[in-house]
Design a protein around this ligand. Sequence first.
Ligand code: ADP
Length: 928
Amino acid sequence: MFSKTMTAKRAPGADALAREPRYFTTNELIGIAIALVAAHALAVSYTYLLFHSLMELSSIAVAITVATIAINCRKTMTNQYVLVVGTSYVFIGFIDLMHTLSYKGMGIFTDYDYYAPQFWIAGRYLESLSMLGGFAFAGAHRRVPMPVLVGVYGAVTLALVASILHLKIFPVCFVAGEGLTPFKVISEYIICALLAGSLAILYAKRAQFDRRIYRLVQGSLVLMIAMELCFTLYVSDAMSDTFNELGHILKVGAFYLIYKAVVVTGLRDPINLVYRELKASEASLLEAQALAGLGRWEWELKGGRWTWTDEVFRVLGVDPATQPSLESLAGAVQEQDRPALHRGLQNAAETHAPFELLLHLGQDEGAIRFAQMRGEFVAGGHGEPARVIGTLQDVTINQFSVESAEDMVAWLTPTGHFAYVNRAASTLLGYSRDELLALRASDINRTLPPRAFAEQWQSLKATGTLRFETVLTRKDGSTVPVDISENHVSYGGDEYNVMFVRDMTAHKEASAKITSLKDLYAALSHTNQAIINCPDRPSLFEAVVKIAVEYGHFRLAWIGMIDDETQDIRPVAVAGPGADYALDLHVSASPDSPAGQGPTGRCVRASQYVVTNDCPHSPITKPWRDRQRQFGFHSAAAFPIANGGRVVGALTLYSEITNFFTPELIELLGEMSADISSALDRLDLMVANRKHQEELRQAVDILERSNTELERFAFIASHDLQEPLRAIVLFTQVLERRLGDSLTPEAREDFGMVVGAAKRMRLLIQDLLEYSRVNVKDASFAPVALEHACRTALENLGETILSCGGQVTVGELPTVSGDGIQLMQLFQNLIANGLKFHRPDEPPRIHVSAERQGDEWVVAVEDNGIGIDATDQDIFQIFRRLHGGDTYPGSGVGLAICRRIVERHNGRIWYESRPGQGTIFRFALPAE
Ligand code: ADP
């Protein structure tokens, strides 16, 4: 997406180099033509000697040049064959010089006439053998051992010169008047053959030769062969005929071609190669610089002249026609970077400190670009002035990745100011880039005042990196949970805290949703426990707000109760890190008060929860907005608390996270407040119950006291009454006896009546005494065999049974825990009644039996008596009698005693009866 294609400017002349060069330039060809004509003119117009000397000297000059170039360029020469041949030319040239000097007519070597042709042949042998032998080094991989080569050539040359000049053993080649000796003719052919062989080898090894060198060497060999042939043909004794002339011209030509080959391989090719490589690397450097957006600049300290490469103009976005200057550089840079730019340059100039800067380029925020500028001082020397040089590189693409990052990236200075913020910072915090650059870290991180920032800077510097979670405040006051990782960096001599800030809202929301719901479930169960355990309202409210803060992670939870008089909602329990918020908090339930327009006031009036998920912007939290901002509250929710069906207060909760109250959370908190409401009702009920219990206990106390009093009274009364009664009976009987026969039968009957009444009264009193004693008797229970108790009762009733002709049968009876005497009394009373209330025509038949029913024994005393016809009367009440009078004597206490005994044994007594047929009395006692 960001890749760009750049075409590097080609170095000038590169195209020319790329073309195959021509063998001869036009000028060269014209020069050769003029030289040929001039040489011929010389030969014809003047003496042949002059022509010969010039030709030979020319070829010698060429040979020396060839050798000089070859030896000097030996290191760069790629063609070793040309090097060997070229080197040999210094010796060939020397022998040719000897040939020229000894030429007939030169007058130097006058002692002997044969030198010139001998040197000639010697030179040609040396030349042709070199041309042939050179192939031994044709492979580029073999380097020519120069000292050995020069040594060998030197020795051979010396030997040749010595054999001709001093030893005179070199065969004679030309005899004036006789012409060429056979040696010379044969030698010329041998030389031709050697050259032809060289030609053949050259052809065979052509692959190892550069095409042009191949052609030049080939041409030279051909010319040499042609030259040799010319010299085999001349016959003139003056050695100055046409063939000789042509031969010499060909020689110059052959030498010239070798010269060209040496120049090509020794000079032009390497230079071209170096030049080409230089140009290619210059081109690739330019290309690389263009691709990297890297420019070079220079600032001469004396005179203040600036030099910029094209790339600097391009990176800065400055018109290339502009004169480079500090002003145009600063003009391209955003204002905030200018002080650092001036400082960096000044430091470099004065203290020679290198600098590195990240510059913001472009004034439009949308099209912002970034350049990295590096610079360092360079001292002057060799007439050059001192200067500051450096590079300027477009790093927009690198920076673009930072710019387009989703996370906020910011550079903070040690004072906590923003030096750089990316685009994501504006998106995250709602400030423009410029606004942010004017702020400090503490403006967006309220938890980090400047002093704390300084401390954090030190620990960051020590550790290099820091990572933590915090909450940042946006421009609009809302907060955002973030994860910050900070890195301490040194850049351009300054220190920075490079921080990466990740918005954790989504993450927090997701995890908060899960944890808060999970925790809220826990909170609910804890609330329920509190409801069960807390004995009163204050402890319940206290527990609930603590649970809400601990498990619901609220900043504040408070419960307020409505003051019925003032309608104010007064906090009765407060918990959470923001608890101080509730101090002096004025909230009202009244619809007319401004303090009644908040979530809590509305909630208690509507008897429904009220949620504000964005406190800083909600109109209903307006009166408390500043205070809430101070405490970092962003969401609030109030839930009604009812008691006895009437709203009496509210549970209000605050979170630092915007949109904290999700529907799920609201539902759970709604349940929580409903639980609190039902707990209040339960507490009321408990209070009422306790009151009732207390009243009951008091009543029981009174009853027990009065019962005791009554029993005491009955006991004392019956006990004390017996004494006077006994006296009445006794003294009535004494009086009756004393009066004796004086008594009339009526009076005697009256006396009998008194005694009878007194006896009945005594019986009554005794029964009453018995009744009152049932409870006071020894309360210790023991296992009682009911059958034994029943038999004892029957024994006691023996006379009565006999007198009435009754029959009592007893079934199998169990053993129970109880008071043996009282249980015997129970049987006795019931059986006595069965015997007493019998039908006149039927003798009493009584059957006693027992039956297990659940955990009770139910004992039945069944008779065939008169039955009981009084369903609406409680016959177990004391003194209650259905059959009074003389027919059925009694006190009406018997059954009352029975009930008391049974109840004392934790049992029940009842009866079933069919009047005229009989009655069944049943009593149930707990089975053991
Ligand atoms: P008393 O036997 O001294 O009258 P009780 O308390 O024993 O007093 O009995 C109360 C009354 O219940 C009796 O007066 C009688 O009317 C009635 N009653 C008790 N037992 C029987 C019975 N087995 N058959 C019929 N009536 C009975």
